[in-house]
Design a protein around this ligand. Structure first.
Ligand code: PGA
Length: 249
């Protein structure tokens, strides 16, 4: 099964009106790619970036949503609001949301459900901490995080989702998983999904995230179960991000 690669830039809580103009104009100089190229700015800049990328092939993502649909939830952003800004994807279950903001598997699953109801494509982030890896819990953790979502929305919904395997120990640390380590986990994730549906497991794109750089990305992209990358720090530099996109082919 040929799966299109996705290269997504998670800008996290970075950028200003000015810096975003220069980052996006840098990205717009890029030649068309066979991969889908996605950028995830902070909420206040979605409207600006939506205008800047109009008529280009760049695709917009948001970094979070509320699991609630609307109402008295001060400080939250709803899935339907994102539809107004041409947002296609939403990152859910990012390890920073899980660890800093206490998002449990159940909360993440309910956000996935809400996203799907509003036709956003969840990029479901999963992954183990260093401690969990060292105690051989990597697969158990990934499976638990996936199972919470499968239990709520069903395996068929994974056809409308993307999974991002992001080992917590590799995020923002400069310590990327090797291509072989990433492949090993991606293959196991696919095998786990296949227990519920073989055909869904073959279709779902599984991205790797965690200190992806241009220099390490080609080895990653050669792995049969690595269908792209979720890039944090390196996506804030247009040249570096474009080099990663080129490596994806
Ligand atoms: P990083 O972040 O590339 O800066 O490690 C990845 C992520 O958190 O998605």
């Amino acid at each position: 099964m040929i799966r299109q690669k996705i290269v997504a830039g998670n800008w996290k809580m970075n950028g200003s009106k000015e810096s975003i103009v220069s980052l996006v104009s840098g990205l717009l100089k890029m030649k068309d790619s066979n991969s889908e190229v996605v950028i995830a700015p902070s909420f206040p800049y979605l409207s600006q970036v939506c205008d800047l990328v109009d008529a280009s092939s760049l695709v917009l993502a948001a970094q979070n949503i509320s699991h609630e649909v609307k109402g008295a939830y001060t400080g939250e952003v709803s899935a339907s609001m994102l539809g107004d800004f041409g947002v296609k994807y939403v990152l859910l279950g990012h390890s920073e949301r899980r660890s800093i903001y206490g998002e449990t598997d159940a909360i993440v699953a309910s956000k996935v459900k809400t996203a799907l109801e509003f036709r956003l494509t969840p990029m479901l982030c999963i992954g183990e901490t260093l401690e969990e890896r060292q105690s051989n819990q990597t697969l158990a953790v990934c499976e638990r995080q996936l199972q919470a979502v499968i239990a709520l929305v069903g395996i068929e919904s994974f056809e409308k989702m993307v999974v991002a395997y992001e080992p917590v120990w590799a995020i923002g640390t400069g310590l990327s998983a090797s291509a072989e380590q990433a492949q090993e986990v991606h293959e196991s994730i696919r095998a786990f999904l296949a227990k519920s549906s073989e055909s869904v497991s073959q279709k779902v794109q599984i991205l790797y995230g965690g200190s992806v750089k241009a220099s390490t990305s080609s080895a990653l992209f050669q792995m049969p179960d690595v269908d792209g990358a979720l890039v944090g720090g390196a996506s804030l530099d247009a040249e570096e991000f474009i080099a990663i996109i080129k490596a994806a082919g």
